[in-house]
Design a protein around this ligand. Sequence first.
Ligand code: NDP
Length: 489
Amino acid sequence: MQFDRLYIGGEWVKPIDGGLRPSTDPSTGRPWGDVAYGGRADVDRAVAAAREAFAGPWRKMAPWERAALLRKFADLYATRVEALAQIESRDNGRAIRESRGDIGLHPQYWQWFASLADKLSGRTIPMDDSVHAFTSRVPVGVVGTITPWNVPLMAATWKLGPALAAGCTVVLKPAEQTPASSLALGEIFQEAGFPAGVVNIVPGDGATAGAHLVAHADVDKIAFTGEGATAKTILKTGADTLKRFSFELGGKAPHIIFADADVEQAVNAATGSAWALCGQSCALGSRVLVESPIYDRVVEAFRERAGRVRVGNPLDPATHMGPQAHAEQLAKTLDYIELGKAAGANLIAGGSRLAPSGMENGYFVEPTVFADVAPGMRIEQEEIFGPVAAIIPFDGEEEAIAIANGTRYGLTAGLWTGDVGRAHRVANRIDAGMVWVNTFRYIRWSTPYGGVKQSGWGRENGIEALDSYLETRTTVISTTGTFADPFAN
Ligand code: NDP
């Protein structure tokens, strides 16, 4: 697979005002390959290709034909899972066992979106005998999709799947740090036989290519995953065109363990979630709320498990946790660890940069645990995006709910209890788009995912994912064909 071209209009083209730049392997801190990136002129080309495809072949294609193409894409994707996982782990440092697990599920996502493509029906509106009124679901148009570096293929799948099922065309701009796996998608779209311009892939800088895509008058919608601060900039940049926006933003998920829970299972979930993706996911339970009677037991379990995490080469199947995906994220995580110490939280495991043998310049951090974290501390309020668990003691449901809801985020939450009444009571009062009870991070193609408060707008996955890629058109047809002359009398 070559990464030195952009995928625009169904062809692999050289950038006009971009170029080639090295992509860094975060486990060594050294470049591993050159990747094409685009500038404004390249974005213009991609948007023009997407517009032409939208007006032409894609708009005219029957929904069942679109569904068939998506199914073919899903089948081809399934044959590339290992290759895609290798590229992604190389580019962003995610442990290969995790990349395989995540990317191995993507064909199911594509199959699910394919299955929705020919079921976008409207409804008949009861009126009187003089008219027949009905709604149709029509695609929004050209969609700019902007994705982050932590889960490039997952983010692309969650956006392109529903966008294409809805009948939209797409320009995909992956994060500048991890563009390679997104470019690899181009080959699969080409092989599946998608009409030219339906999908265009242009890596590039957020401030230039990304901002230009957002401001573009011929882009009808932006689907974005990333930081809240970037989303606010995007809203301002896109305001003049009044385009549509959907946002998947950050999270600071509370993971609540009540004393009546199956503590062993809860600890399995909570420790797994603390260090998955080296802490670089918005869905992880970065705040672990533990009821007082079991507090010491859970803290000790975290300390012990931290010592069992195998940190190292992400391409080694034995590795549990790879490096942070880039140098800025490493620095951010280490800064937050210092903030936690300064605030008086109790560092019980980790806390330092790691230098595994042969990868001394890699961006590794120890699995880190702070106990006795107090609500309001910055490590309790802000998204670190590193392998740092913050354990917070509480007493009773009211305090747990107050702490859980005490941040500006509201993406995911988890709770563990043996009391079914409590499960319903507490789940019902948590401000989050997704709540798990006696499980954690169960996310699938059919389960709507997204945030409340400052965690985002709209939902990905599920039937709901289609909503933000569709408009509703209402048609009213007279059954009489008569229209009274307003000036007859
Ligand atoms: P950023 O917001 O920095 O970047 C996300 C994307 O936006 C990148 O492609 C970036 O390009 C682009 N971008 C940056 N500035 C602009 C701009 N002015 N206009 C248009 N596009 C721009 O987020 P990160 O990549 O740092 O990702 C981490 C964040 O994403 C975390 O906060 C995390 O919570 C969130 N996230 C949320 C998820 C969810 O589902 N809710 C899932 C995964 C991550 P470039 O790379 O060139 O800067």
